[in-house]
Write a protein that binds this ligand. Structure first.
Ligand code: NA7
Length: 537
Protein backbone atom coordinates (compact mmCIF):
# COMPACT_ATOMS: atom_id res chain seq x y z
CA UNK A 1 0.00 0.00 0.00
CA UNK A 2 1.83 3.07 -1.21
CA UNK A 3 -0.50 5.73 0.15
CA UNK A 4 -1.89 5.57 3.66
CA UNK A 5 -5.36 6.99 3.42
CA UNK A 6 -6.70 6.45 6.90
CA UNK A 7 -6.42 8.77 9.84
CA UNK A 8 -3.72 7.93 12.39
CA UNK A 9 -1.36 6.39 9.83
CA UNK A 10 -3.57 3.46 8.81
CA UNK A 11 -4.17 2.33 5.25
CA UNK A 12 -7.87 3.14 5.55
CA UNK A 13 -10.33 4.47 8.08
CA UNK A 14 -12.37 1.31 7.70
CA UNK A 15 -12.08 -2.14 6.24
CA UNK A 16 -15.39 -3.78 5.38
CA UNK A 17 -15.52 -7.53 4.86
CA UNK A 18 -18.16 -8.51 2.31
CA UNK A 19 -19.85 -6.79 -0.64
CA UNK A 20 -23.44 -7.98 -0.33
CA UNK A 21 -26.38 -5.80 0.68
CA UNK A 22 -24.53 -4.82 3.89
CA UNK A 23 -21.07 -4.17 2.52
CA UNK A 24 -22.29 -2.12 -0.44
CA UNK A 25 -24.40 0.19 1.67
CA UNK A 26 -21.67 0.40 4.32
CA UNK A 27 -19.23 1.58 1.68
CA UNK A 28 -21.72 4.08 0.32
CA UNK A 29 -22.38 5.57 3.77
CA UNK A 30 -18.75 5.68 4.84
CA UNK A 31 -17.74 7.36 1.64
CA UNK A 32 -20.54 9.88 2.04
CA UNK A 33 -19.34 10.58 5.60
CA UNK A 34 -15.78 11.10 4.36
CA UNK A 35 -14.16 7.91 5.66
CA UNK A 36 -11.68 6.10 3.44
CA UNK A 37 -12.79 2.52 3.02
CA UNK A 38 -11.67 -0.72 1.43
CA UNK A 39 -14.13 -3.56 0.96
CA UNK A 40 -12.71 -7.08 0.78
CA UNK A 41 -14.95 -9.60 -0.96
CA UNK A 42 -14.25 -13.29 -1.48
CA UNK A 43 -16.53 -13.56 -4.52
CA UNK A 44 -15.73 -12.41 -8.03
CA UNK A 45 -18.53 -9.85 -7.95
CA UNK A 46 -20.91 -8.00 -5.68
CA UNK A 47 -24.04 -9.55 -4.21
CA UNK A 48 -22.96 -11.72 -1.27
CA UNK A 49 -25.71 -14.24 -0.58
CA UNK A 50 -27.26 -13.39 -3.93
CA UNK A 51 -23.94 -13.90 -5.69
CA UNK A 52 -23.53 -17.44 -4.36
CA UNK A 53 -27.08 -18.81 -4.12
CA UNK A 54 -27.74 -19.32 -7.81
CA UNK A 55 -29.65 -22.57 -7.53
CA UNK A 56 -32.69 -23.01 -9.78
CA UNK A 57 -35.73 -21.31 -8.26
CA UNK A 58 -33.71 -19.16 -5.82
CA UNK A 59 -36.00 -16.33 -4.83
CA UNK A 60 -36.52 -13.94 -1.94
CA UNK A 61 -39.38 -14.59 0.48
CA UNK A 62 -39.82 -10.89 1.23
CA UNK A 63 -41.66 -8.87 -1.41
CA UNK A 64 -39.30 -7.14 -3.81
CA UNK A 65 -40.66 -3.60 -3.31
CA UNK A 66 -39.70 -3.96 0.36
CA UNK A 67 -36.55 -6.06 -0.11
CA UNK A 68 -34.60 -3.13 -1.52
CA UNK A 69 -32.61 -0.14 -0.32
CA UNK A 70 -34.45 2.91 0.95
CA UNK A 71 -31.46 5.24 1.19
CA UNK A 72 -31.75 6.75 -2.28
CA UNK A 73 -35.08 8.15 -3.54
CA UNK A 74 -33.58 8.28 -7.05
CA UNK A 75 -32.67 4.61 -6.93
CA UNK A 76 -36.15 3.79 -5.66
CA UNK A 77 -37.71 5.60 -8.58
CA UNK A 78 -35.46 4.35 -11.37
CA UNK A 79 -35.43 0.65 -10.46
CA UNK A 80 -38.53 -1.38 -11.32
CA UNK A 81 -39.06 -4.87 -9.93
CA UNK A 82 -40.76 -7.25 -12.30
CA UNK A 83 -42.27 -9.74 -9.86
CA UNK A 84 -43.85 -9.77 -6.44
CA UNK A 85 -41.02 -11.95 -5.12
CA UNK A 86 -37.88 -11.39 -7.10
CA UNK A 87 -35.75 -14.23 -8.31
CA UNK A 88 -32.03 -14.34 -7.60
CA UNK A 89 -30.90 -13.05 -11.04
CA UNK A 90 -33.00 -9.91 -10.65
CA UNK A 91 -31.75 -9.23 -7.11
CA UNK A 92 -28.18 -9.72 -8.26
CA UNK A 93 -28.79 -7.39 -11.22
CA UNK A 94 -30.15 -4.81 -8.76
CA UNK A 95 -27.06 -5.02 -6.56
CA UNK A 96 -24.82 -4.76 -9.62
CA UNK A 97 -26.78 -1.71 -10.68
CA UNK A 98 -26.32 -0.19 -7.22
CA UNK A 99 -22.58 -0.88 -7.37
CA UNK A 100 -22.35 0.82 -10.78
CA UNK A 101 -24.70 3.69 -10.10
CA UNK A 102 -22.83 4.76 -6.97
CA UNK A 103 -19.42 3.84 -8.40
CA UNK A 104 -18.75 1.49 -5.53
CA UNK A 105 -16.51 -1.00 -7.31
CA UNK A 106 -13.41 1.16 -7.20
CA UNK A 107 -13.17 0.58 -3.45
CA UNK A 108 -13.94 -3.14 -3.56
CA UNK A 109 -11.26 -5.78 -3.87
CA UNK A 110 -12.84 -8.94 -5.32
CA UNK A 111 -11.62 -12.55 -5.10
CA UNK A 112 -10.12 -11.63 -1.75
CA UNK A 113 -10.90 -13.85 1.20
CA UNK A 114 -10.01 -12.46 4.59
CA UNK A 115 -8.13 -14.91 6.75
CA UNK A 116 -7.50 -12.94 9.92
CA UNK A 117 -8.18 -9.66 11.69
CA UNK A 118 -6.06 -8.67 14.68
CA UNK A 119 -6.57 -5.68 16.94
CA UNK A 120 -3.36 -3.84 17.76
CA UNK A 121 -3.71 -2.47 21.29
CA UNK A 122 -0.83 0.00 20.85
CA UNK A 123 -2.23 1.75 17.82
CA UNK A 124 -5.96 1.01 18.34
CA UNK A 125 -6.13 -0.31 14.80
CA UNK A 126 -7.14 -3.50 13.06
CA UNK A 127 -4.67 -5.42 10.98
CA UNK A 128 -6.52 -7.49 8.40
CA UNK A 129 -4.78 -10.16 6.34
CA UNK A 130 -6.06 -11.90 3.24
CA UNK A 131 -5.50 -15.39 1.90
CA UNK A 132 -3.20 -13.84 -0.71
CA UNK A 133 -0.94 -12.72 2.14
CA UNK A 134 -1.85 -9.07 1.86
CA UNK A 135 -2.00 -7.06 5.08
CA UNK A 136 -4.09 -3.91 5.54
CA UNK A 137 -4.66 -1.63 8.51
CA UNK A 138 -7.68 0.44 9.50
CA UNK A 139 -9.09 2.09 12.58
CA UNK A 140 -12.37 0.20 12.19
CA UNK A 141 -13.19 -3.27 10.95
CA UNK A 142 -16.74 -3.94 9.86
CA UNK A 143 -17.92 -7.48 9.29
CA UNK A 144 -20.59 -7.42 6.60
CA UNK A 145 -20.20 -11.16 6.19
CA UNK A 146 -23.86 -12.21 6.07
CA UNK A 147 -25.94 -14.57 8.18
CA UNK A 148 -26.28 -17.42 5.71
CA UNK A 149 -22.95 -17.42 3.95
CA UNK A 150 -21.02 -20.42 5.29
CA UNK A 151 -22.52 -23.41 3.41
CA UNK A 152 -22.59 -26.69 5.29
CA UNK A 153 -22.30 -30.24 4.02
CA UNK A 154 -24.18 -32.94 5.90
CA UNK A 155 -22.33 -35.12 8.40
CA UNK A 156 -22.87 -38.36 6.53
CA UNK A 157 -20.34 -41.14 6.20
CA UNK A 158 -18.71 -41.05 2.77
CA UNK A 159 -20.16 -37.67 1.81
CA UNK A 160 -16.90 -36.68 0.12
CA UNK A 161 -16.66 -39.90 -1.87
CA UNK A 162 -19.55 -39.30 -4.28
CA UNK A 163 -17.69 -39.21 -7.59
CA UNK A 164 -20.41 -37.89 -9.88
CA UNK A 165 -21.69 -34.31 -10.06
CA UNK A 166 -22.33 -32.63 -6.70
CA UNK A 167 -23.75 -29.20 -5.91
CA UNK A 168 -24.47 -27.16 -2.81
CA UNK A 169 -27.39 -24.75 -3.18
CA UNK A 170 -25.40 -22.08 -1.36
CA UNK A 171 -22.42 -22.39 -3.70
CA UNK A 172 -24.02 -23.01 -7.07
CA UNK A 173 -21.95 -22.90 -10.30
CA UNK A 174 -22.13 -19.79 -12.45
CA UNK A 175 -22.63 -21.84 -15.60
CA UNK A 176 -26.10 -23.27 -16.25
CA UNK A 177 -26.56 -26.76 -14.78
CA UNK A 178 -28.52 -29.19 -16.98
CA UNK A 179 -30.15 -32.09 -15.17
CA UNK A 180 -31.95 -33.38 -18.30
CA UNK A 181 -32.04 -37.14 -18.45
CA UNK A 182 -30.29 -37.53 -15.09
CA UNK A 183 -31.19 -39.31 -11.88
CA UNK A 184 -30.81 -36.54 -9.33
CA UNK A 185 -30.87 -36.73 -5.54
CA UNK A 186 -31.36 -33.81 -3.19
CA UNK A 187 -30.59 -33.94 0.53
CA UNK A 188 -32.51 -31.45 2.67
CA UNK A 189 -35.97 -29.95 2.61
CA UNK A 190 -35.37 -26.42 3.91
CA UNK A 191 -36.18 -23.26 2.03
CA UNK A 192 -33.49 -23.76 -0.63
CA UNK A 193 -34.69 -27.29 -1.37
CA UNK A 194 -38.33 -26.26 -1.38
CA UNK A 195 -37.55 -23.60 -3.98
CA UNK A 196 -35.31 -25.75 -6.16
CA UNK A 197 -37.15 -29.10 -6.07
CA UNK A 198 -39.96 -28.07 -8.48
CA UNK A 199 -37.38 -26.80 -10.99
CA UNK A 200 -35.08 -29.80 -10.78
CA UNK A 201 -38.07 -32.16 -11.00
CA UNK A 202 -39.20 -30.56 -14.26
CA UNK A 203 -35.79 -31.21 -15.81
CA UNK A 204 -34.45 -34.43 -14.33
CA UNK A 205 -35.31 -37.94 -15.46
CA UNK A 206 -35.93 -38.72 -11.81
CA UNK A 207 -35.60 -36.76 -8.59
CA UNK A 208 -35.19 -38.43 -5.20
CA UNK A 209 -35.76 -36.11 -2.24
CA UNK A 210 -34.08 -37.19 0.99
CA UNK A 211 -36.03 -35.58 3.82
CA UNK A 212 -34.99 -35.65 7.46
CA UNK A 213 -37.43 -33.03 8.79
CA UNK A 214 -40.43 -31.77 6.84
CA UNK A 215 -40.89 -28.00 6.80
CA UNK A 216 -44.01 -25.88 6.94
CA UNK A 217 -44.46 -24.14 3.62
CA UNK A 218 -47.12 -21.76 2.34
CA UNK A 219 -47.74 -20.67 -1.24
CA UNK A 220 -46.08 -17.49 -2.48
CA UNK A 221 -48.73 -16.67 -5.07
CA UNK A 222 -45.97 -14.95 -6.94
CA UNK A 223 -46.96 -12.89 -10.00
CA UNK A 224 -45.61 -10.19 -12.29
CA UNK A 225 -46.05 -6.72 -10.81
CA UNK A 226 -48.63 -4.55 -12.54
CA UNK A 227 -47.28 -1.14 -13.64
CA UNK A 228 -50.11 0.59 -11.73
CA UNK A 229 -49.13 -1.15 -8.51
CA UNK A 230 -45.46 -0.28 -8.97
CA UNK A 231 -46.44 3.34 -9.59
CA UNK A 232 -48.57 3.37 -6.48
CA UNK A 233 -45.69 2.07 -4.36
CA UNK A 234 -43.24 4.53 -5.91
CA UNK A 235 -45.55 7.49 -5.41
CA UNK A 236 -45.57 6.91 -1.66
CA UNK A 237 -42.32 5.10 -0.98
CA UNK A 238 -41.27 7.10 2.11
CA UNK A 239 -44.49 6.13 3.91
CA UNK A 240 -44.07 2.49 2.96
CA UNK A 241 -40.46 2.46 4.17
CA UNK A 242 -41.54 4.03 7.44
CA UNK A 243 -44.15 1.31 7.83
CA UNK A 244 -41.40 -1.29 7.37
CA UNK A 245 -39.08 0.38 9.87
CA UNK A 246 -41.77 0.61 12.53
CA UNK A 247 -43.07 -2.92 12.02
CA UNK A 248 -42.18 -6.17 13.75
CA UNK A 249 -40.47 -7.96 10.89
CA UNK A 250 -39.48 -5.15 8.54
CA UNK A 251 -42.29 -5.55 6.05
CA UNK A 252 -46.00 -4.71 6.13
CA UNK A 253 -48.15 -7.58 7.39
CA UNK A 254 -51.42 -5.72 7.92
CA UNK A 255 -52.82 -5.20 11.40
CA UNK A 256 -54.44 -7.97 13.37
CA UNK A 257 -55.52 -7.62 16.92
CA UNK A 258 -57.18 -10.96 17.53
CA UNK A 259 -55.70 -14.00 19.16
CA UNK A 260 -56.38 -17.34 17.49
CA UNK A 261 -57.51 -18.61 20.87
CA UNK A 262 -60.21 -15.93 21.07
CA UNK A 263 -62.18 -16.85 17.94
CA UNK A 264 -64.17 -19.86 16.79
CA UNK A 265 -62.65 -22.69 14.78
CA UNK A 266 -64.66 -21.57 11.79
CA UNK A 267 -63.46 -17.96 12.06
CA UNK A 268 -59.89 -19.19 12.38
CA UNK A 269 -60.12 -21.32 9.29
CA UNK A 270 -61.59 -18.38 7.37
CA UNK A 271 -58.72 -16.13 8.45
CA UNK A 272 -56.12 -18.74 7.52
CA UNK A 273 -57.74 -19.13 4.10
CA UNK A 274 -57.68 -15.36 3.61
CA UNK A 275 -54.11 -14.93 4.80
CA UNK A 276 -53.03 -17.99 2.83
CA UNK A 277 -54.61 -16.46 -0.26
CA UNK A 278 -52.54 -13.29 0.27
CA UNK A 279 -49.46 -15.48 -0.03
CA UNK A 280 -46.10 -15.66 1.70
CA UNK A 281 -44.91 -14.91 5.20
CA UNK A 282 -47.96 -12.78 5.99
CA UNK A 283 -49.61 -16.05 6.95
CA UNK A 284 -47.86 -15.91 10.31
CA UNK A 285 -49.55 -12.57 10.94
CA UNK A 286 -52.99 -14.22 10.87
CA UNK A 287 -53.29 -13.90 14.64
CA UNK A 288 -51.33 -12.27 17.43
CA UNK A 289 -50.59 -15.40 19.43
CA UNK A 290 -49.28 -17.83 16.81
CA UNK A 291 -45.67 -17.64 17.94
CA UNK A 292 -46.32 -17.53 21.68
CA UNK A 293 -49.19 -19.91 22.38
CA UNK A 294 -48.66 -23.59 21.49
CA UNK A 295 -52.39 -24.29 21.13
CA UNK A 296 -52.90 -21.30 18.86
CA UNK A 297 -49.87 -22.35 16.84
CA UNK A 298 -51.23 -25.86 16.46
CA UNK A 299 -54.33 -24.48 14.71
CA UNK A 300 -52.11 -22.80 12.10
CA UNK A 301 -49.91 -25.88 11.84
CA UNK A 302 -52.92 -28.10 11.27
CA UNK A 303 -54.25 -25.73 8.63
CA UNK A 304 -50.98 -26.04 6.69
CA UNK A 305 -51.04 -29.83 7.11
CA UNK A 306 -54.60 -29.95 5.79
CA UNK A 307 -53.43 -28.11 2.67
CA UNK A 308 -50.58 -30.60 2.22
CA UNK A 309 -53.03 -33.49 2.42
CA UNK A 310 -55.35 -31.75 -0.07
CA UNK A 311 -52.55 -31.25 -2.60
CA UNK A 312 -50.44 -34.41 -2.33
CA UNK A 313 -52.29 -37.36 -3.81
CA UNK A 314 -50.35 -40.23 -2.24
CA UNK A 315 -51.46 -40.33 1.44
CA UNK A 316 -48.18 -41.85 2.65
CA UNK A 317 -46.14 -39.11 0.96
CA UNK A 318 -48.52 -36.46 2.26
CA UNK A 319 -48.17 -37.79 5.81
CA UNK A 320 -44.38 -37.78 5.56
CA UNK A 321 -44.46 -34.16 4.34
CA UNK A 322 -46.50 -32.99 7.34
CA UNK A 323 -44.31 -31.48 10.06
CA UNK A 324 -45.24 -32.72 13.52
CA UNK A 325 -42.50 -32.12 16.02
CA UNK A 326 -42.08 -28.34 16.19
CA UNK A 327 -44.43 -25.34 16.06
CA UNK A 328 -45.14 -23.72 12.68
CA UNK A 329 -42.89 -20.75 11.97
CA UNK A 330 -40.27 -21.62 14.58
CA UNK A 331 -38.07 -22.81 11.75
CA UNK A 332 -38.23 -20.18 9.01
CA UNK A 333 -41.61 -20.61 7.33
CA UNK A 334 -40.97 -21.56 3.72
CA UNK A 335 -42.70 -19.79 0.85
CA UNK A 336 -43.08 -21.95 -2.21
CA UNK A 337 -44.21 -22.16 -5.78
CA UNK A 338 -45.68 -25.60 -6.55
CA UNK A 339 -43.62 -27.42 -3.94
CA UNK A 340 -46.20 -29.90 -2.68
CA UNK A 341 -47.67 -30.32 -6.19
CA UNK A 342 -44.27 -31.59 -7.32
CA UNK A 343 -44.76 -34.80 -5.30
CA UNK A 344 -47.63 -35.75 -7.63
CA UNK A 345 -45.17 -36.07 -10.50
CA UNK A 346 -44.32 -39.64 -11.49
CA UNK A 347 -40.60 -38.82 -11.59
CA UNK A 348 -40.33 -37.66 -7.97
CA UNK A 349 -39.79 -39.89 -4.93
CA UNK A 350 -39.70 -38.79 -1.32
CA UNK A 351 -37.44 -40.79 0.99
CA UNK A 352 -38.40 -40.23 4.61
CA UNK A 353 -35.12 -40.44 6.49
CA UNK A 354 -36.90 -40.67 9.84
CA UNK A 355 -38.06 -44.18 8.99
CA UNK A 356 -35.35 -44.95 6.46
CA UNK A 357 -32.13 -43.14 7.45
CA UNK A 358 -29.11 -42.59 5.25
CA UNK A 359 -26.34 -45.02 6.19
CA UNK A 360 -23.64 -43.75 3.90
CA UNK A 361 -22.84 -42.14 0.59
CA UNK A 362 -20.72 -44.07 -1.90
CA UNK A 363 -19.13 -43.03 -5.18
CA UNK A 364 -22.42 -43.38 -7.08
CA UNK A 365 -25.21 -43.80 -4.53
CA UNK A 366 -26.97 -42.75 -1.39
CA UNK A 367 -27.44 -45.88 0.72
CA UNK A 368 -30.37 -45.84 3.14
CA UNK A 369 -31.48 -48.52 5.61
CA UNK A 370 -33.96 -49.84 3.06
CA UNK A 371 -32.03 -49.62 -0.19
CA UNK A 372 -29.48 -48.12 -2.52
CA UNK A 373 -30.32 -45.05 -4.64
CA UNK A 374 -27.95 -44.79 -7.57
CA UNK A 375 -27.68 -41.19 -8.74
CA UNK A 376 -26.00 -39.22 -11.53
CA UNK A 377 -26.01 -35.97 -9.56
CA UNK A 378 -26.39 -35.10 -5.90
CA UNK A 379 -27.58 -31.73 -4.60
CA UNK A 380 -26.86 -30.70 -1.03
CA UNK A 381 -29.55 -28.31 0.17
CA UNK A 382 -28.19 -28.75 3.66
CA UNK A 383 -28.02 -25.15 4.76
CA UNK A 384 -25.45 -23.03 6.51
CA UNK A 385 -23.49 -22.59 9.66
CA UNK A 386 -25.83 -19.68 10.22
CA UNK A 387 -25.17 -16.30 11.80
CA UNK A 388 -21.74 -17.09 13.23
CA UNK A 389 -20.26 -19.39 10.56
CA UNK A 390 -18.74 -16.73 8.33
CA UNK A 391 -17.24 -14.94 11.33
CA UNK A 392 -15.73 -18.06 12.83
CA UNK A 393 -14.00 -18.80 9.53
CA UNK A 394 -11.94 -15.64 10.07
CA UNK A 395 -9.33 -15.65 12.80
CA UNK A 396 -10.56 -12.56 14.68
CA UNK A 397 -8.29 -11.61 17.56
CA UNK A 398 -9.18 -8.90 20.08
CA UNK A 399 -7.66 -7.70 23.33
CA UNK A 400 -5.08 -9.95 25.00
CA UNK A 401 -4.89 -12.20 21.94
CA UNK A 402 -8.34 -13.66 22.65
CA UNK A 403 -10.21 -14.85 19.59
CA UNK A 404 -13.88 -14.30 18.87
CA UNK A 405 -14.23 -18.03 18.36
CA UNK A 406 -13.00 -18.64 21.91
CA UNK A 407 -15.25 -15.94 23.31
CA UNK A 408 -18.22 -17.47 21.50
CA UNK A 409 -17.56 -21.14 22.21
CA UNK A 410 -20.64 -21.33 24.48
CA UNK A 411 -22.73 -19.23 22.12
CA UNK A 412 -22.35 -15.79 20.54
CA UNK A 413 -22.20 -12.75 22.84
CA UNK A 414 -22.57 -9.40 21.14
CA UNK A 415 -23.82 -6.14 22.60
CA UNK A 416 -26.83 -5.00 20.55
CA UNK A 417 -25.85 -7.75 18.11
CA UNK A 418 -23.41 -5.19 16.72
CA UNK A 419 -20.27 -5.16 18.85
CA UNK A 420 -18.40 -7.53 21.16
CA UNK A 421 -16.65 -6.79 24.47
CA UNK A 422 -12.92 -7.29 24.07
CA UNK A 423 -13.04 -6.44 20.36
CA UNK A 424 -12.76 -2.65 20.11
CA UNK A 425 -13.67 -0.86 16.89
CA UNK A 426 -15.20 -4.02 15.44
CA UNK A 427 -18.77 -3.91 14.15
CA UNK A 428 -20.93 -6.76 12.89
CA UNK A 429 -23.74 -5.93 10.50
CA UNK A 430 -26.78 -8.01 11.46
CA UNK A 431 -24.77 -9.93 14.03
CA UNK A 432 -26.20 -12.45 16.51
CA UNK A 433 -28.40 -10.70 19.05
CA UNK A 434 -30.00 -8.41 16.46
CA UNK A 435 -33.28 -8.99 14.53
CA UNK A 436 -31.35 -10.01 11.39
CA UNK A 437 -32.78 -13.26 10.02
CA UNK A 438 -36.13 -12.73 11.72
CA UNK A 439 -36.63 -9.58 9.70
CA UNK A 440 -36.50 -8.14 6.23
CA UNK A 441 -32.70 -8.19 6.07
CA UNK A 442 -32.44 -4.98 4.07
CA UNK A 443 -34.30 -2.97 6.71
CA UNK A 444 -32.05 -4.37 9.44
CA UNK A 445 -28.92 -3.85 7.36
CA UNK A 446 -29.72 -0.20 6.68
CA UNK A 447 -30.40 0.41 10.35
CA UNK A 448 -27.09 -1.15 11.41
CA UNK A 449 -25.08 0.62 8.75
CA UNK A 450 -26.60 3.98 9.71
CA UNK A 451 -25.87 3.32 13.39
CA UNK A 452 -22.26 2.35 12.73
CA UNK A 453 -21.64 5.36 10.50
CA UNK A 454 -23.14 7.68 13.08
CA UNK A 455 -20.97 6.13 15.78
CA UNK A 456 -17.80 6.53 13.72
CA UNK A 457 -18.68 10.14 12.89
CA UNK A 458 -19.28 10.83 16.59
CA UNK A 459 -15.88 9.41 17.46
CA UNK A 460 -14.17 11.45 14.79
CA UNK A 461 -15.91 14.63 15.93
CA UNK A 462 -14.92 13.99 19.55
CA UNK A 463 -11.35 13.02 18.67
CA UNK A 464 -11.87 9.46 20.01
CA UNK A 465 -9.97 6.40 18.85
CA UNK A 466 -11.47 3.40 20.50
CA UNK A 467 -14.92 2.09 21.36
CA UNK A 468 -16.03 -1.22 22.83
CA UNK A 469 -19.01 -2.43 24.80
CA UNK A 470 -18.69 -2.90 28.55
CA UNK A 471 -18.92 -6.55 29.57
CA UNK A 472 -21.88 -5.99 31.89
CA UNK A 473 -23.84 -4.14 29.17
CA UNK A 474 -23.14 -7.05 26.84
CA UNK A 475 -24.23 -9.58 29.49
CA UNK A 476 -27.48 -7.69 29.97
CA UNK A 477 -28.11 -7.64 26.24
CA UNK A 478 -27.42 -11.35 25.84
CA UNK A 479 -29.79 -12.08 28.73
CA UNK A 480 -32.46 -9.88 27.18
CA UNK A 481 -32.16 -11.64 23.81
CA UNK A 482 -32.49 -15.00 25.51
CA UNK A 483 -35.39 -13.93 27.77
CA UNK A 484 -37.30 -12.53 24.79
CA UNK A 485 -36.81 -15.77 22.88
CA UNK A 486 -38.01 -17.80 25.87
CA UNK A 487 -41.23 -15.84 25.84
CA UNK A 488 -41.91 -17.31 22.36
CA UNK A 489 -42.14 -20.77 20.83
CA UNK A 490 -38.95 -20.27 18.78
CA UNK A 491 -36.63 -22.21 21.10
CA UNK A 492 -38.84 -25.31 20.71
CA UNK A 493 -37.49 -26.10 17.26
CA UNK A 494 -34.13 -27.60 16.46
CA UNK A 495 -33.42 -24.79 14.05
CA UNK A 496 -30.36 -23.07 12.70
CA UNK A 497 -31.62 -20.03 14.65
CA UNK A 498 -30.18 -21.79 17.65
CA UNK A 499 -27.27 -23.58 16.07
CA UNK A 500 -28.96 -26.98 16.16
CA UNK A 501 -27.95 -27.88 12.60
CA UNK A 502 -24.19 -27.83 13.26
CA UNK A 503 -22.62 -30.64 15.24
CA UNK A 504 -20.89 -29.34 18.35
CA UNK A 505 -22.23 -25.79 17.99
CA UNK A 506 -23.50 -24.21 21.20
CA UNK A 507 -27.29 -24.29 21.38
CA UNK A 508 -28.22 -20.67 21.93
CA UNK A 509 -31.12 -18.88 20.28
CA UNK A 510 -29.27 -16.18 18.33
CA UNK A 511 -31.64 -13.61 16.78
CA UNK A 512 -33.42 -10.85 18.71
CA UNK A 513 -37.17 -11.58 18.56
CA UNK A 514 -38.44 -8.22 19.85
CA UNK A 515 -38.97 -6.79 16.37
CA UNK A 516 -37.15 -4.23 14.26
CA UNK A 517 -38.92 -1.17 15.66
CA UNK A 518 -38.29 -1.82 19.34
CA UNK A 519 -34.75 -2.84 18.50
CA UNK A 520 -34.13 0.35 16.54
CA UNK A 521 -35.37 2.43 19.47
CA UNK A 522 -32.99 0.61 21.81
CA UNK A 523 -30.03 1.23 19.51
CA UNK A 524 -30.99 4.88 19.03
CA UNK A 525 -31.26 5.41 22.78
CA UNK A 526 -27.72 4.11 23.21
CA UNK A 527 -26.40 6.51 20.56
CA UNK A 528 -28.37 9.46 21.92
CA UNK A 529 -27.04 8.84 25.42
CA UNK A 530 -23.47 9.27 24.16
CA UNK A 531 -23.02 5.48 23.88
CA UNK A 532 -24.11 4.36 27.31
CA UNK A 533 -22.79 0.84 27.96
CA UNK A 534 -19.68 1.47 25.88
CA UNK A 535 -16.16 2.41 26.91
CA UNK A 536 -14.82 5.09 24.62
CA UNK A 537 -11.34 6.56 24.74
P1 NA7 B 1 -31.91 -25.05 6.02
O1 NA7 B 1 -33.19 -24.35 6.24
O2 NA7 B 1 -30.95 -25.13 7.15
O3 NA7 B 1 -32.24 -26.50 5.50
C1 NA7 B 1 -31.28 -27.51 5.46
C2 NA7 B 1 -31.95 -28.83 5.21
O4 NA7 B 1 -30.96 -29.85 5.12
C3 NA7 B 1 -32.89 -29.24 6.33
O5 NA7 B 1 -34.01 -29.86 5.77
C4 NA7 B 1 -32.04 -30.24 7.10
O6 NA7 B 1 -32.78 -31.17 7.84
C5 NA7 B 1 -31.30 -30.90 5.98
N1 NA7 B 1 -30.10 -31.60 6.45
C6 NA7 B 1 -29.00 -31.06 7.00
N2 NA7 B 1 -28.12 -32.03 7.32
C7 NA7 B 1 -28.68 -33.19 6.96
C8 NA7 B 1 -28.27 -34.55 7.04
N3 NA7 B 1 -27.11 -34.89 7.58
N4 NA7 B 1 -29.10 -35.49 6.58
C9 NA7 B 1 -30.29 -35.14 6.05
N5 NA7 B 1 -30.74 -33.89 5.95
C10 NA7 B 1 -29.94 -32.92 6.40
O7 NA7 B 1 -31.10 -24.37 4.81
P2 NA7 B 1 -31.68 -23.71 3.48
O8 NA7 B 1 -30.52 -23.41 2.63
O9 NA7 B 1 -32.76 -24.49 2.92
O10 NA7 B 1 -32.33 -22.37 3.97
C11 NA7 B 1 -31.61 -21.44 4.74
C12 NA7 B 1 -32.35 -20.15 4.80
O11 NA7 B 1 -32.12 -19.43 3.60
C13 NA7 B 1 -33.83 -20.19 4.87
O12 NA7 B 1 -34.36 -20.38 6.11
C14 NA7 B 1 -34.25 -18.86 4.30
O13 NA7 B 1 -34.20 -17.87 5.29
C15 NA7 B 1 -33.20 -18.60 3.30
P3 NA7 B 1 -33.09 -30.93 9.43
O14 NA7 B 1 -34.16 -29.88 9.45
O15 NA7 B 1 -31.80 -30.41 10.03
O16 NA7 B 1 -33.49 -32.23 9.95
Amino acid sequence: MAVREGSGGTDFDAIVVGAGFSGLYMLYKLREAGFTTRVLESGGGVGGTWYWNRYPGARCDVESVDYSYSFSPELEQEWTWSERYSAQPEILAYLEHVADRFELRRDIQFDTKVSSARFDEDTNCWNVTTEHGESLTARFCIMATGCLSAPKLPEIEGVETFARATYHTGHWPHEPVDFSGLRVGIIGTGSSAIQSIPHIARQAAHLTVFQRTPNFSVPAWNHPLEPDYVQEVKSDYPARRELCRTSQAGFPTGTVEEAASSVSAEARRRRYEEKGAEGGLRFLGSFTDLLVDPDANETAAEFIRSKIREIVKDPETAAALCPRDYPAGTKRLCVDIDYYETYNRPNVTLVDLRSNPIERITEDSVVTAQGTHELDALVFATGFDAMTGALSQIDIEGLGGRTLKEKWKDGPRAHLGLTAAGFPNLFMITGPGSPSVLSNMVVSIEQHVDWVTQCMAYMRAEGLERIEPQPDAEDEWVELVSALADFTLFPRANSWYRGANVEGKAQVFMPYVGGVYTYRQQCDEVAQSGYKGFSIS
